[in-house]
Each structure stands twice: as structure tokens, then as C-alpha cells.
Ligand binder design. Sequence first.
Ligand SMILES: [Zn+2]
Length: 281
Amino acid sequence: MLIGTMNHPARDPLQEIEWIAAMGFDFVDLTLEPPLATARSVDLRAVAAALEKHKLKVVGHTAYYLPLCSPFEGLRKAAVAELKVCLEAFAFLGATWMNLHPDRQAPFYERKYVIERNLQTLNELLPLARDAGVGLMIENLPGSFNTVRQLADLLEPVPELGLHLDIGHANLLVDYNTTDDILAAYGKRLRHVHLHDNKGGSADLHLPLGTGTVDAAHYVRSLQLAGYDGTITLEVFTPDKQHLAYSRDLLRHFWDQPTSKTEKIAAKPSPAPAQAACVCR
Ligand SMILES: [Zn+2]
């Protein structure tokens, strides 16, 4: 298992890589987005050299607000074009996976339309991703894409699409955290994990581990029981880096606890999907 964290898109990515390396992380969850980290503006050679210098791996992250299902065809096409530039950048940097956030910004349309438009975008991106040698994965989002049933709308029609599980998001706008349900259904397609804490409800607080209601020790065990041994990003967005350091040490401690062969993921019935929206990344 590798532990990483994310650069702040409003800061110089080269300086971000320096502190991420200094804190001993294994990889950078590199988000390529405005204002200071777009795929078009970043000095990719310098970023590649910095990653190489610190022996850091990279996972591809993209802006959560790209209009993948926009009813305005020109906007949807523009999102595809921006993501193509991201794919090429991540291929250059040696990433093997790039995430996408499903879009739901199509007021006055039913869910069927939202799903079809997201799938249209995915199907346009997949050949580009294959050419770039970078896999695509979707991140669960509170509200519309946070339960097995909701994620199935995208994962079932596109078998090569990977799952990017955000355990903090799985705690929001649901009756209970949907992580175990999602792992039971799609654990074999899991390619990347985000971990952070919050207090349920709709606020995506990105707190340090242990400070909200997400049982990180339990979900670390769930990941292990699902056979996962890949990248976990600590998406802890607090100004004090000590919170991130504490979360890093706690995650390593949880991961290193011995597992019993008789443990199983306790599957729970799927909760009813909640409808409110929140801004999540
Ligand atoms: Zn996330």
C-alpha cells in the first residue's frame, strides 16, 4: 500500500512536490486544474524531474467541475478536449490512472439523460486514454453517484472503467457509509482510494483521520479484505501539516495491524439515495 496526498491547485506544483516529498509520502495525487496547475500551463518536464528526484509516483486527478454531461454540446466537447490534454500530461508523467468526477449539472433533465451524457463523454475519452496508456476511473460523489446502484449506472456499461473510491464521500448524504457495499460489489475494479474524515450530512470537510464519524480503522480493514493493496491519498485539507502527518501515521498503523483469516466485510443493505448536492473533490 502506498500513501500519498494532493497538491493544492492554487499553489506552484513544484513547491507542492517539495513538501510532499519532505513529508515522506510515496506518491503525489496530482490534480491538474486552475488556477496554477492546469495541464496546459504546468512545466511538465520540471514536474517529471521533481518526481524523479524524490522517487515519487503519481496518480492523475482532474477538476471536479468539468461539464461532462452538459446539455450544451460545445461545453461537453470542451470538457473532453481539456481531459485529453490531462491524459497526455499524465502519460508524460508516468501515471497509469486518471480520475474523473461524474457530472450532474443538467437542470430540467432526468437522471437517464445525465447518465447517457456522462457515458457519451466516457466513451469518447476511452480511446484517447488507451492511446495514452492511462486508465480512466470514476470517483464516487455524494448525492448522485454514491451508492452501488448509482455507480452501477456508469460502471456496468463500461467494463474497463476503474473505480476510484472516496471513503469520505461515501459518508455523506447517506444513511450510513456506503464503502462496504461498494467494495462488496466493485472491489475488484478498485484502482485508487481517497481517505479523509467528516461528520456525515452534506459537508465535505476533508478533516484529519479520527476527528469525524468515518471509522478509518474499519475501512482500512475492509480494503484489505477486498484484496486491495494500492494507492491511498489522504485528502486532508487543513492548513496545519501536522494534521496530515498524524493522519499518515494513523493510516500506516491501521494498515499494519494483523488481519484474521475469519474476518469478512459486513455487507449492509443499500441505503436510499439522497438527492441534495454538495461540492466535493
Ligand atoms: Zn476525493
